[in-house]
Ligand binder design. Sequence first.
Ligand code: 5GP
Length: 189
Amino acid sequence: MKQGKLIIFSAPSGAGKTTIVKHLLGKFPSLSFSISATTRELRGQEQHGKDYYFISKEDFLHRVALHEFVEFEEVYNGTFYGTLRSEIERIWNAGRHVIFDIDVEGGLRLKRKYEQDALAIFVQPPSLEVLKERLSGRGTDSAEKLAERFAKAEKELGYADKFDVTLKNYDLETACAEAEKLVGDFLVS
Ligand code: 5GP
């Protein structure tokens, strides 16, 4: 297996990283999205094997015991998310680079593991208030779940300086153009 590169997008939930990652996937045919495993419920239009591998907590913890994850987190209370080693290998074996949409802790863990082969980008929202509006506007989470997401987002905003780059997402078009430049430069480096 030839090792490709890793592009890590991390941010508090609602900062816009998923939109930026989708934009980049449309621009760079050499990138493939790392489909994480999660124990959370499917939301809206999401599909198993496309957005996530939706698996039971029992299956997830069994895979943890078998060391199948390169990183995993209990991102929210009782809800696990993780990157399977087999997922990275699948993408590298296809001759592509991997792009991740992952929480801040997980992103930093991948960066520590893959060092120079990884570019870790922190997506910064305009403010905590804007973030809260975006999260509430989704209308998919209960009040309790939202409160948990807000608390986590507030903590994560303090992690920006641990990343290779901070990408301000104040205007989506500008952020997508900057992301393209960063990723393009890294892939040819
Ligand atoms: P959501 O439930 O909104 O899809 O995702 C919640 C959070 O979990 C987001 O910040 C998302 O980026 C993060 N996440 C998704 N996949 C992974 C993963 O494999 N590992 C970790 N650590 N976080 C993940």
